[in-house]
Design a protein around this ligand. Sequence first.
Ligand SMILES: Cc1cc2nc3c(=O)[nH]c(=O)nc-3n(C[C@H](O)[C@H](O)[C@H](O)COP(=O)(O)OP(=O)(O)OC[C@H]3O[C@@H](n4cnc5c(N)ncnc54)[C@H](O)[C@@H]3O)c2cc1C
Length: 386
Amino acid sequence: MTTPSTPAAPSGEPGFEPTDAADLVVVGAGIVGLAHALEAAQRGLRVTVLERDRRAVGASIRNFGHVCATAQAGPALDYALFARERWLRLAEKAGFSVQETGTLVVARTPAEQAVLEEFAAERGGDQVRLLTAAGARGLFRLATEEVVGGAHLPLDVRLDPRIAVPALADWLAGQGVQFGWGVHVGGIEPGLVHTAYGPVRAERVVCASGHDVDRLFPRVADEHGVRRCRLHMLEVAPPGGVEIAPAVLTGTSMLRYGGLAAQPSAAAVRAELAAATPELLEVDMNLMLTQRPDGSIVLGDTHHYERTHLPFDEESVTDLVLREGARLLEGELTVRRRWRGIYAHSPLTDFLVAEPHPGTRVVSVTSGIGMTTALGLAPTVLDHLF
Ligand SMILES: Cc1cc2nc3c(=O)[nH]c(=O)nc-3n(C[C@H](O)[C@H](O)[C@H](O)COP(=O)(O)OP(=O)(O)OC[C@H]3O[C@@H](n4cnc5c(N)ncnc54)[C@H](O)[C@@H]3O)c2cc1C
């Protein structure tokens, strides 16, 4: 199978004829918008999706495609486990691949292994399988001498977002969801969505505009302290053509995901990182990787938070990702692609769901886990909206 290096263009034609026929208008064709369109269509509702670009180019195609379910906690875990099943079913229907390879969390210090042991004790062997150093190397043949152990999280899955997200949109179009590609929405008021092609009547609207919550609903963004989280991402050639089936997380990931960060030894991991490599904490690194169908390794990431970012990316931050990636993969890395990812972040909530006026919901996954959770969040939102 050939693998596109860039997302497929949507099959829809340019131009848009506003109709008043929809029960639900969704703004944004990223995974959050598509999740709501899917859920509404499955409930027998007529759905129109309005997307300002001619194809999805936002966070939903810039990510690792890691459905990182197990490491979540609280509502995120519930959404994630529901979403996992939905991804698997959608893959069959919409014709894209989901790899049931799980996640490998690599431990490179005893404190990191202690976090995994605590996590395994809490969740049990069905969700968390502890590994020795040899076991971790069995799953990840490039693991260096540094590796002291790890854990395999077998429930997690991964997919290629550049393939899966356009495929999902195409499939929804085939199911009767109307898409307006290249249709900018300039305002939403009760019963009416203002587009560059004219007004669209809509009793109910889900605004899933990703990190641009503040463009249409600045007060909602202000109330939730929403900022844009900017991530440095790389795609590198696989050293020696290596195949790495699971998604790979590391010690820095233990500070990020709720289920791992809640373990008592996570504080020791943070202290170790602060002493040994404080520069990783300064850029809020989550060193992780997934492999694409063509073998390329998606490597990242870092996190910087601002309402408005300057357009200049610091090469030193990319160098840090590359340095840590080379350390993890034990070898010089050749960069094939680099890009900036942006998602909405709120210090107050992981899932922003607001009702600026009756009939409208503003929905944004404000915690960087939309691929993992959006398909599980959407049913809850629609239960309240309808
Ligand atoms: C680099 C990176 C790596 C990540 N890795 C993972 C991962 O491995 N696993 C995971 O679970 N999550 C991951 N995430 C998070 C995940 O990608 C996001 O949570 C998710 O994609 C957000 O989806 P969205 O639909 O809200 O946003 P987007 O995909 O950005 O979509 C929003 C859409 O709304 C459209 N839009 C905005 N305003 C308007 C308007 N006025 N009119 C019309 N259209 C509009 C935009 O054009 C855009 O297409 C990652 C994010 C990034 C950036």
